[in-house]
Write a new protein. Structure first.
Length: 315
């Protein structure tokens, strides 16, 4: 592997991070907080879909309270409405921004020219921004048909972007140089996680990267199971980081750990991954984010990392 990879070097320059932020606001209305006026101006039928989503939430809670499973499928189908995603997705705008920035940084830092996969793409927000910033072919997959239909409709005319309805495992001959899997494994049982990771490994070219994010990484015991699955797929740990910052509704400080894997490596994921990721927050991000000169919308990991990221090699 050579020299250890520093987390900040997995991000692009500040200008690129600002462009990502602008695209999230202008294309998707994903702002620091939901802008209800802009949402209504663009989507006049928004109140009707808000009511439908509230009804779906009530039904899901009632089923759960009666001893059934909390079924999110109807909720996710409704969240394929771009107005609802603009409103509710603002809760995760800082995570989405950081995730896209890291993907751009990895692709550029390691000169990845192979296709990029966004597994669990939903409306294709991340995939859409990536396809506009990078020359790579970008593919998004999601198991919910309504979201894939919406993703295709919302992203027409982008030649290097496509969407496929599929969960994990995904049976395909296609392979990728960079695979993103954000907030997917949390929703799967242990057996499903094992099969999903095996599929991610199979989908990745030798030397390619996989970025995992989710609250399962907070569970120190999860690494014991996951390392066995990683080893079986020829995956090894590279480094970790944290995504997040100031955001949500109401606005607050929040973060998720992130693990970066590479096919062809053998280093196991450390049991203290959360502590390592937290050091990035404590040692660097906290002072930056709390400085009076830092705009609130720029209080995310990507903006801070961009200040410390090593310049990309000159071609």
């Amino acid at each position: 592997m050579g020299m250890a990879i520093q987390p900040q070097d997995l991000y692009p320059d500040r200008k690129t991070v600002a462009e990502i932020d602008a695209r999230l606001v202008n294309d998707w209305l994903l702002d620091l907080a939901p802008d209800e006026r802009r949402i209504l101006d663009r989507y006049p039928d928004h109140p009707r879909w808000v009511a439908k989503l509230e009804e779906a939430n009530e039904r899901a809670v009632a089923r759960h309270d009666s001893g059934g499973r909390f079924d999110e499928r109807e909720i996710w189908r409704l969240m394929a409405r771009p107005s609802l995603f603009a409103q509710r997705g603002a809760n995760r705008r800082h995570y989405i921004l950081d995730g896209i920035a890291m993907a751009v940084g990895i692709a550029r830092r390691f000169d990845i020219t192979d296709p990029i996969l966004d597994a669990g793409c939903h409306l294709g927000v991340s995939a859409s921004v990536l396809a506009r910033l990078l020359p790579n072919e970008v593919v998004g997959i999601d198991p919910i048909g309504a979201t894939i239909d919406a993703a295709r409709a919302l992203n027409t005319g982008v030649a290097n972007l496509s969407f496929v309805r599929s969960g994990l495992p995904w049976s395909t001959d296609r392979r990728f140089g960079l695979v993103l899997c954000y907030d997917v494994l949390d929703h799967l049982g242990e057996g499903e996680q094992r099969r999903a990771i095996a599929s991610l490994a199979q989908l990745t070219y030798d030397g390619g990267f996989i970025v995992l994010s989710g609250m399962m990484l907070v569970d120190a015991g999860w690494a014991d199971c996951a390392n066995e699955w990683f080893s079986q797929g020829g995956l090894g740990y590279v480094t970790c980081d944290v995504h997040g910052g100031f955001g949500g509704n109401p606005l607050e400080w929040a973060s998720n750990p992130v693990a970066i894997l590479r096919k062809g490596c053998s280093e196991p994921m450390p049991a203290d991954l959360v502590e390592r990721a937290k050091r990035e927050w404590d040692n660097h991000f906290a002072n930056y984010a709390n400085a009076r000169t830092t705009p609130r919308r720029e209080a995310t990991q990507a903006f801070e990392r961009a200040l410390r990221s090593a310049p990309l090699p000159v071609a």
